[in-house]
Design a protein around this ligand. Structure first.
Ligand code: B3K
Ligand code: ZN
Length: 882
């Protein structure tokens, strides 16, 4: 364990409303080259009858002075340690003025105030504000902020903070100032400041009530041409939120700033979002279709937070999913509405089942509303975000579109300006619809992925069909027993023609056409449908109506039938995935046992049918069908994960498909070639995706002619999507084209940091046997920078997280490499280091030899001196030492 420090656990059950409230905050920042001085003036009220001392949070601060009601305090009047400032004697209402000194230029944690590419910016969520000044840094302390920024005019011509600009002007010595005022009370985590040399694009949005909002996107001057898509996405998000949720923007300005050094995707600071430049900057030459989709999604997400997060915020950090789960659900709805296809749902479910289900079954498993944490930054997880969104989606399904909207209207109206809980959210939905969600609330308090076991029976005499459903949820670290969940199970029954049979439950009068949602509440229950004249093929969990694992026996023939006919597109895709999972897992077993590998023709024939109809069928759907389940996803089905066998099995299936369907792939590849210049719209995205997937299959054949074709595509493409697809296939080969392509790409793009991230990650994901050595070399390359999270994710993250066969090489080299990087990174940026530790969290899922090697690394990390809270929590929980 690290020297002497033991992390403190924070418990939900200990929550108390704050004894003091801060009503107004006046901040002045004197930006300097070596340090920055922060002057803060707070008006503070003590809650009635409270006698406790005032304890302000503060970290990495140098206190210069404190005044209470204008009186300078001497050192005996307060106590200070590395985390707080305590004042024992304070009146009921008072003004506190505090001056601190901070070092943004040296701040590599990217939390608090820091410098990225010469520009100042902030990141305060969750607890970064306390690294700027002493404060009650909790979300239930809401104040109005007035912020003055003073800095050198030439170095920092742009000075921004939340709200409205109320004054600006020049000062002496080449300095200037700006004063910003945010009229809406907000928690400190939504505070933001930006100062630097930035250019901007401007636009306007007229709200429903005809108010004009000025929109600006600020970037480094050389990126000014790359902001138009982000701006268009913002305007679409604003219109969508008005239309679908009746939510209008509330300030006169909405500003977005892009920075290169950022710990996550973006931050929803009130009126002044700060973004990782990866989610703002795009043009066809540098950004892929996927980048464009992410930009739209993240811009939407941060914008939607203005209501679900900012106007109504969280009472405490245990309620994080109140804003994140709901906002992810909103951004998923938004993105799906823009592309109009099932692909968004497929991608979201894939992410959930691959990463969240794994988290739910691992040492860091926690409920959507956790009971405790040591370091809150470790709880920005797939459970809070993605499972949280599924929980909101189930509420939406149970209430229907109209009922859900009634509920959210009441929620926003009732809690506007408040810091509330997930319980308040559910209560508003209940009250608006007169329903009882008490059992449903278990989704917030119980961790683990429920499993549904379904059995069916058909009674030809009675013409009835029954589904018997049992649910169970496996134990998780702090919760050995679970109560049954309340969940929506959406189903359909297909007749022999593949048409949905109208459904009527025994004893109910109404006959529902097609899809019906059953409400499951008990550990075991049976639903019987009548007037079913033939034994149907059931389509269960349509649209993935609940975040559960479904166990239901289907024959391969039945799966192929669903794949061909199910009118729920998600389940059509799911039937194909299930077939592929079954085939790959059985190939994996054969590989392990040294048997000959062979693929049955039924799957190949089913795929061929879709390829035949590629002109008329939905191309984006066919593309999804051709993407085999990932090694990550497949590994969840294995008792003991064998990365090598999985990789070989999956590759074997890809090669088999490539050989058997070569002619289709060739034809489609050629037919889908287009001379039109790049444009980003659903049809074109589908065309490019399908065409590039065909190329990927053809590249499995490892033929010179195809290598050349791939190289040709790489060289001639007018857009990054086609160019990078080709490059990534080449990077996997040992062809001569590989080296040329990588170096052409490097020479062309070496000045563009985001494109260089792609160059790094493509090499890190290559399945070649020398990838580890290449990654090691690249970690010393000038394109890599340890202090930049995007670079760390691109190289180290990609190799260790996405290149399973190489990272888990039995030599343990990959593990050692990761262990060393975690230790190097932790003193610089604990949040990013902790993310990397979680890769080791699943060590128990592997064979004993790999287990020992990974555990050794975890133990070594746990022994390093001055370990951060972040890394310590995940390391020790993974080792189960606390
Ligand atoms: N709310 C931020 C995440 C902050 C993460 C702090 N470690 C971005 C988002 O979810 O919109
Ligand atoms: Zn969010």
């Amino acid at each position: 364990m690290s020297e002497g420090k033991i992390n403190k656990t924070v418990y939900l059950k200990d929550y108390c409303p704050p004894d003091y409230q801060i009503k107004t905050v006046h901040l002045s920042f004197y930006l300097g080259e070596e340090h920055t001085r922060v002057y803060s003036k707070l008006s503070i009220t003590r809650s009635l009858g409270k006698k406790t001392p005032l304890i302000l949070h503060g970290e990495a601060l140098k206190l210069l002075s404190i005044q209470l009601n204008g009186q300078l305090l001497t050192e005996s009047a307060y106590q200070i340690n590395s985390e707080s400032l305590t004042l024992h004697q304070v009146p009921d209402y008072f003004i506190l003025e505090i001056e601190t000194k901070i070092y943004p230029q040296k701040n590599t944690t990217l939390s608090g105030l820091y410098v990225s590419e010469g520009n100042f910016c902030t990141q305060c969520e969750a607890e970064g504000f306390r690294r700027i000044t002493y404060f009650l840094d909790c979300p239930d302390v809401m104040a109005t902020y007035t912020t003055t920024i003073i800095g050198n005019k030439e170095k920092y011509p742009v000075l921004l903070s939340n709200g409205n600009l109320i004054d600006q002007g020049d000062k002496e010595n080449g300095e200037h100032f700006a004063i910003w005022q945010d009229p809406f009370p907000k928690p400190s985590y939504l505070f933001a400041l930006v100062a630097g040399k930035l250019s901007s694009i401007q636009d306007k949005f007229i709200t429903l009530s005809r108010r004009e909002v000025n929109l600006s996107i600020y970037v480094q001057p050389h990126n000014i041409e790359k902001c138009t898509y982000a701006m268009a996405s913002l305007k679409r998000s604003m219109a969508w939120d008005e239309q679908v949720y009746g939510r209008e923007y509330d300030l006169d300005n909405y500003m977005i700033v892009a920075v290169d050094d950022f710990n996550m995707g973006a931050m929803e600071n009130k009126g002044l979002n700060i973004f990782n430049s990866k989610f703002v900057l795009a043009n066809p030459e540098t950004a892929t279709d996927t980048d464009y989709q992410y930009i739209e999604g993240v811009i939407g997400h941060e914008y939607f937070h203005n209501w679900s997060g900012n106007r109504v915020t969280c009472r405490d950090w245990f309620q994080l999913s109140l804003k994140e789960g709901f906002t992810v659900f909103r951004d998923q709805q938004f993105s799906a509405s823009q592309s109009g296809s099932v692909v968004k749902r497929i991608e979201d479910v894939n992410r959930l089942r691959t990463y969240q289900f794994r988290e739910d079954a691992g040492p860091m498993a926690h409920p959507v509303r956790p009971e405790s944490y040591e370091e809150i930054n470790n709880f920005y997880t797939v459970t809070i975000y993605e499972k949280g969104a599924e929980v909101v989606r189930m509420l939406h399904t149970l209430l229907g579109e109209t009922g859900f909207r009634k509920g959210t209207d009441l929620y926003f109206e009732r809690h506007n300006g408040q810091a509330v809980t997930t319980d308040d959210f559910v209560k508003a939905l209940e009250d608006a619809n007169q329903v009882d969600f008490s059992q449903f609330r278990l989704w917030y308090s119980q961790a683990g992925t429920p499993e549904l076991h379904v059995q069916s029976s058909y009674d030809a005499d009675q013409q009835t069909y029954s589904l018997k459903i049992k649910q169970a949820c496996p134990p998780t670290p702090d919760q050995p027993y679970k109560k049954p969940f309340h969940l929506p199970l959406t189903i359909g029954l297909l007749d022999s023609q593949g048409k949905d049979i109208p459904l009527q439950l025994v004893g109910e009068n109404n006959r529902i056409k097609g899809t019906q949602t059953l409400e499951i509440k008990n550990q075991e229950e049976t639903f019987t449908f009548e007037n079913i004249s033939m034994s149907p093929t059931p389509s269960l969990l349509r649209g993935f109506s609940a975040p559960v694992k479904l166990h239901f026996e289907l024959s391969d023939k039945e799966r192929c039938f669903l794949l061909a006919y199910d009118n729920d597109s998600f389940n059509r895709w799911e039937a194909g995935q299930q077939l592929a999972v079954k085939i790959i897992l059985s190939l994996t077993k054969d590989y392990q046992e040294g048997n000959l590998l062979k693929v049955s023709s039924i799957f190949i024939e089913a795929i061929a049918k879709f390829l035949e109809n590629y002109k008329t069928d939905n191309q984006s759907f066919i593309a999804q069908l051709l993407i085999l389940p990932s090694e990550h996803y497949l590994s969840e089905f294995m008792e003991v994960i064998d990365p090598e066998a999985l990789y070989q099995a999956r590759t074997f299936l890809r090669k088999t498909l490539a050989h058997s369907l070569k002619d289709y792939f060739n034809t489609i590849y050629h037919q889908l070639t287009s001379e039109k210049p790049y444009s980003f719209n659903p049809q074109e995205v589908a065309r490019r995706t399908l065409r590039n997937i065909c190329l990927g299959y053809l590249m499995m054949l490892d033929e010179t002619e195809i290598h050349q074709r791939c190289f040709h595509q790489f060289k001639t493409a007018d857009n990054m999507t086609d160019s990078i697809a080709a490059l990534s296939y080449l990077a996997d080969t040992k062809s001569t084209e590989r080296e040329s392509a990588l170096s052409i790409f490097y020479e062309r793009w070496k000045q563009d940091s985001l494109v260089m991230d792609k160059w790094l990650s493509i090499q890190a994901s290559a399945k070649r046997d020398d990838t580890f050595e290449i990654v090691e070399q690249l970690s010393g390359h000038s394109a890599f920078k340890l202090t930049n999270p995007n670079k760390v994710r691109a190289l180290i993250g990609t190799f260790c997280q996405n290149n399973l066969v190489n990272f888990h090489h039995p030599s343990g080299n990959g593990y050692k490499f990761l262990g060393e990087y975690i230790c190097k990174l932790d003193p610089l940026n604990p949040q990013i280091a902790a993310r990397l530790v979680s890769i080791f969290s699943f060590w128990k899922r592997y064979d004993p030899k790999r287990q020992t090697l990974m555990k050794d690394q975890l133990e070594q990390i746990s022994r390093s001196p001055n370990l951060s809270k972040d890394v310590q929590e995940i390391t020790l929980k993974s080792l189960k030492m606390n």
